[in-house]
Design a protein around this ligand. Structure first.
Ligand code: ZN
Ligand code: ZN
Length: 369
């Protein structure tokens, strides 16, 4: 008997989602069908919903299924799948986290070890909901995990919504610090204390940063950033002038400036600020600016004379998801993750969830199946 599952179909920006039934695919050799339990609403889902982040420009087509910060349990294993990426035995019903994108393993970049830059990337939110395997995003009862994906069993004491956040937000900042070669003793400045900024503060301290300084305009977020490990926080509304803001940052970094500045704001006008906060040879990591067409005025000599580096970071190497899960296992009781818990909405109230998340009426929203 064929089994059916629901998908929240996204047909056009700012239109209501439609909940439709699709036939559950049989997993091909090496694939896994996952029963999704929770899928968070990430900033990029909101941008996609508004049409600012154009999934079609990344090779996707509409209608599709949005959602990628998800977790679930094994519904069916394809031929040959007997263990997770760590070699632990995998069976139907096991709770799992998995990358929402899959490299081909054969293209130039994959063969050079950079699956994050795969030329034939299969990614959630890019597949077409009308075509097999239909379950191509997280706002659905099931998700089709393609062969060659990274999949990890999730330890029982990590709750669903924390595990869901490993896949995207947390992995993204860990990979950002890897790309910037964060070293023990480094001084780190984080622009933005949203979910990613809080994770970034925790990860930087765990990785041995000597000092972490977080900037934001919302006092509650800054308070939470300190509880996630930030040594100092700066409310930018107290320092509207750039020069005063820079002076305040240097009061904490020392005159040298920061080894790494991470942008988690999503606005191009913060970039020049961040570059100015860097020390000589400092690395500026851009993660938040995902919307095309938003520009800033640049003076390249500021990079040249400081031997500074700009690093754009999108997605992450698949093994980073395993590091994110290990980080959660180690720090789940030491950092105030409970404060990040989200408001839960059932799948058939997804429109309401998007509107609430968009108006920032709630800190975070999760869709639960
Ligand atoms: Zn995301
Ligand atoms: Zn590839």
């Amino acid at each position: 008997m064929t089994k059916l599952g629901r998908v929240a179909v996204f047909s056009a920006p700012e239109q209501p989602f439609t909940i439709q039934q699709r036939t559950l695919p049989e997993p091909g050799p090496g694939a896994v069908v996952v029963k999704v339990s929770t899928c968070n609403i990430c900033g990029s889902d909101l941008h996609a919903w508004h049409g600012k982040f154009k999934t079609t420009q990344l090779g996707g087509s509409l209608p599709t299924v949005l959602g990628h910060e998800m977790v679930g349990s094994v519904e069916a294993l394809g031929e040959g799948v007997t263990s997770d990426t760590n070699g632990l035995p995998l069976k139907v019903g096991d709770r799992v986290a998995y990358t929402y994108f899959t490299g081909c393993g054969k293209c130039y970049q994959c063969l050079h070890g950079h699956r994050v830059a795969c030329a034939n990337l299969k990614m959630a939110m890019l597949g077409n909901a009308e075509q097999w395997p239909h379950f191509v995003g997280g706002y659905a009862d099931y998700f089709y995990v393609y062969p060659g994906s990274t999949i990890y069993k999730v330890s029982e004491d990590i709750p669903d919504e924390l595990a869901a956040g490993a896949n995207c937000a947390l992995s993204q900042v860990i990979f950002g610090f890897q790309r910037a070669q964060l070293q023990f003793g480094d001084v780190v400045v984080i622009q933005g204390a949203g979910g990613l900024g809080l994770y970034a503060a925790g990860v930087a301290k765990a990785a041995g940063a000597a000092k972490v300084i977080v900037l934001d305009a919302v006092p509650d977020r800054l308070d939470l950033a300190r509880r996630f490990g930030a040594d100092h926080t700066i409310n930018i509304t107290d320092f509207p002038e750039f020069k005063a803001r820079l002076k305040e940052v240097k009061r904490f970094t020392g005159p040298r400036g920061a080894d790494i500045v991470m942008e988690l704001v999503g606005r191009p006008d913060v970039v020049n600020d961040g570059i100015a906060m860097l020390s000589m040879l400092g690395r500026y990591v851009l993660i938040g600016n995902i919307n095309g067409g938003q520009t800033y005025e640049a003076d390249p000599s500021r990079l040249v004379f400081g031997n500074k580096t700009l690093i754009g970071v999108s997605l992450y190497e698949p093994h980073v998801l395993g590091l994110a899960l290990k980080f959660l296992e180690q720090y789940k009781d030491r950092l105030p993750f409970k404060e990040l818990l989200s408001s839960k909405f059932p799948l058939d109230r997804i429109d309401e969830a998007f509107q609430a998340a968009d108006k920032r009426e709630i800190a975070r929203a999760s869709i639960v199946m």
